[in-house]
Design a protein around this ligand. Structure first.
Ligand code: 9Z3
Length: 378
């Protein structure tokens, strides 16, 4: 297989939705999400968050015989960030739409993933004289950990505050994102978008996907992939202009986190970018936002016509044409700081503190501020 990047015209978002067919089941899922939003919109003050999770795939065959999954930067992410954050959003009174990749980690059950903590290991058999009346119990050493998780899970089930919706491919993801945003836009500032899914930059459009099994006896396999349209801009500017939008920036070089996060804020005009370095992502993140939190940018104000601003070594911000440094602020969240402050322990497995608890706590204030800013203006 060969991999080269050519300079052909990328899909516009509009062009994408005109040429790529909606996936099977879109209507049914969209209706479910719409009903969920309407249900919680009717509850005064109830906030709703969309959490997107893990990484969408693409196939090179219409019917996948043997799936080839390409991730040009890193392998598929398990979805820990989204599943964990969703639990904390629920505990803070949000209604949560959990838009996740099939088989990714999910809220609550993530504590008992097959590989890390198989649930069979929690159980013991209580023998009885007849084997048919033997029963199964959770071993006492696991009960204390399981109890709060099970309670929170039951609470989310009985209150109906968690809606999980699956996607598989990039195409599923983009259509579902558009549909859910169309419903959530009516929430105005009560809606938050927590976009933690890692969407690949390239995909195979429908017309390039092979119909029949690709024969391996014909030599090497070459793929020409198209760019995934940047839906952030229409999402921020058109689909949900009032929503509180949080995107993530993932890098392997920590030095790039802040300049790249500022670039994303400047380009799309949304409220917050959370920067995380691949290997440190469970220990520290950086919030990058405008110094005046109630303002929303217009996107591209500062870097008109430029898709990726050039990096200039030695410049103050590292990027040419950027807004002045004082227009942004950064806040680092570090687990070590929390531990040093004597935090008693969190809800993670074995009571360890999780960075998502800090992230969600910080977001609560910012989202509330965003909502209050609107109320003050009216
Ligand atoms: C993230 O950065 C997420 O935090 C992780 C979570 C994918 C690192 P895990 O599932 O990982 O908990 O193991 N998500 C967004 C990554 C991304 O692709 N961002 C784009 C970029 O960096 C911008 S939309 O260019």
């Amino acid at each position: 297989m060969s991999a080269t990047v050519s300079s052909s015209e990328p899909f516009s978002t509009e062009g994408y939705f005109h040429t790529q067919r909606p996936p099977a089941g879109l209507e049914e899922k969209s209706e479910k999400m719409h009903a969920f939003v309407e249900q919680w919109k009717a509850v005064k003050g109830k906030k709703v968050v969309l959490v997107t999770v893990s990484s969408p795939a693409f196939s090179i065959l219409l019917i996948v015989i043997r799936a080839v999954e390409l991730q040009y930067r890193w392998s598929r992410t398990p979805g820990t960030r989204g599943a964990t954050s969703a639990e904390y959003f629920l505990s803070q009174g949000y209604a949560v739409i959990f838009l996740h990749r099939l088989h990714s980690l999910r809220p609550f059950s993530r504590h008992y993933s097959h590989s890390l903590n198989p649930f069979l290991d929690l159980l013991s058999i209580v023998p009885s004289s007849s084997s048919s009346s033997s029963s199964i119990v959770v071993s006492p050493e696991h009960t204390q950990t399981l109890l709060p998780i099970l309670k929170a899970y039951h609470e989310s089930q009985s209150s109906g505050t968690l809606l999980s919706v699956e996607f598989q491919t990039v195409n599923d993801y983009l259509w579902l994102l558009k549909a859910v945003t169309a419903s959530m836009a009516s929430l105005g500032r009560r809606g938050m978008y927590y976009l933690a899914a890692a969407v690949s930059d390239f995909f195979l459009p429908e017309e390039k996907v092979a119909e029949h099994k690709i024969q391996s006896n014909k030599g090497t396999l070459s793929l020409e992939m198209d760019q995934v349209p940047k839906v952030m801009r229409p999402l921020v500017q058109e689909w949900t202009p009032e929503g509180y939008i949080v995107s993530f920036k993932l890098e392997t070089d920590t030095a790039l986190l802040i300049p790249k996060s500022r670039a994303a804020l400047s380009r799309y005009g949304h409220q917050l970018v959370i920067g995380n370095e691949l290997h440190r992502r469970k220990h520290e993140v950086v919030f990058v936002e405008r110094a005046t939190p109630s303002s929303k940018g217009t996107g591209d104000d500062q870097i008109k016509g430029s898709v990726t601003p050039p990096i200039v070594a030695g410049s103050d911000l590292g990027v040419v044409g950027f807004p002045r440094k004082e227009e942004y602020k950064e806040t680092w969240l570090r687990l070590d700081d929390l531990k040093n402050d004597g935090h008693a322990g969190g809800k993670g497995r074995d009571g360890e503190v999780e960075i998502e608890e800090m992230i969600v706590k910080e977001l609560l204030n910012r989202h509330q501020y965003w909502m209050d800013a609107k109320a003050t203006r009216e």
